[in-house]
Design a protein around this ligand. Structure first.
Ligand SMILES: NC(=O)C1=CN([C@@H]2O[C@H](COP(=O)(O)OP(=O)(O)OC[C@H]3O[C@@H](n4cnc5c(N)ncnc54)[C@H](OP(=O)(O)O)[C@@H]3O)[C@@H](O)[C@H]2O)C=CC1
Ligand SMILES: Nc1nc2c(c(=O)[nH]1)N=C([C@H](O)[C@@H](O)CO)CN2
Length: 240
């Protein structure tokens, strides 16, 4: 059954979040994205029917400001996809204490505060649409760790754990699930050596692109009976 209540995608102005937003709008969903830095194509996204809300989750005030904006404008939500994320390594950080804080702020504190704040809006959406969804975009390394992205991996593990807790707290009105990709799409600065090494980490040795993430989101939104679970999009990496 098509969801009539709006679905929020955080960090939805580029890459996976944007691809999901465009796909859901094309399917007839009402979509709200958050974006952090100003972009020239925001007007174009609005013209395509995507509601764009500026939000920076790097501070508690930024998270609270976003919550207030949404609570003021909407009386019900069909879902929220916590996609906003920074992928930073210890090597790139001048201060690893600040890095850990930053990773936990965007990947755990923000989803935690937003989920608690939007419970009523999501329950109202569930009454109108028959169900509502929270999806956490985690990462393969939440389970396996990462020697180069320690703080990032730990915060994604925290987000993965929120999936279990909120699934228990919000059932049966709201489903809460996670999607854990390993490699979906490279970044423009990834050189040939890095790309080759990353591709060889999985059995299928491919860069699947945003479509793999879109399919996972579609499955979860269409499911009537999955909650507290994680869809792993990792090309068989766990068997290498
Ligand atoms: N790409 C991949 O191969 C993989 C992705 N994932 C996960 O999938 C999701 C999507 O990945 P991808 O599309 O590459 O993500 P990106 O790295 O492109 O980041 C998505 C967006 O998050 C926003 N963001 C970052 N920090 C904040 C913040 N503090 N407040 C508000 N917005 C913020 C960024 O905004 P701005 O541009 O303004 O800085 C950016 O546009 C992420 O959660 C990622 O961890 C997991 C494994 C593999
Ligand atoms: N927020 C982000 N998280 C992650 C990204 C990214 O670009 N942004 N990329 C990865 C890599 O694909 C990695 O999984 C393999 O190179 C992980 N997380």
């Amino acid at each position: 059954m098509m969801r009539k209540m709006p679905i929020i995608i955080t960090g939805g102005a580029q890459r996976l979040g944007l691809a999901c937003a465009k796909s859901l709008v094309t399917q007839g969903y009402r979509v709200i994205i958050t974006y952090r830095r100003e972009r020239k194509d925001i007007a174009e996204l609005e013209a395509q029917g995507i509601t764009c809300v500026q939000a920076d989750f790097s501070s508690s005030a930024g998270v609270d400001g976003f919550i207030e904006k949404i609570q003021h404008q909407y009386s019900a939500l069909g879902g929220i996809i916590h996609n906003a994320s920074e992928w930073e390594s210890e090597e790139s950080a001048s201060d690893t204490a600040l890095l850990m804080e930053k990773m936990w702020q965007v990947h755990v504190f923000a989803p935690y505060r937003i989920n608690l704040a939007f419970e009523g809006l999501l329950c109202a959406g569930s009454k109108l649409d028959g169900q509502a969804d929270i999806i956490h975009m985690t990462d393969y390394v939440a389970e396996k760790g990462s020697d180069k992205h320690i703080a990032y991996a730990s915060s994604k593990a925290g987000l993965a754990n929120l999936t279990c807790s909120f699934a228990k707290r919000f059932a049966p009105q709201i489903k809460v699930n996670a999607i854990a990709p390993s490699l979906l799409m490279f970044n423009s600065g990834d050189d040939a050596e890095y790309r080759s090494k990353a591709l060889n980490k999985s059995l299928l040795r491919k860069e699947p692109g945003e479509q793999e993430g879109i399919l996972a989101v579609q499955y979860i939104l269409g499911s009537r009976y999955m909650t507290g679970r994680t869809l792993s999009l990792d090309g068989g990496r766990h068997l290498v």
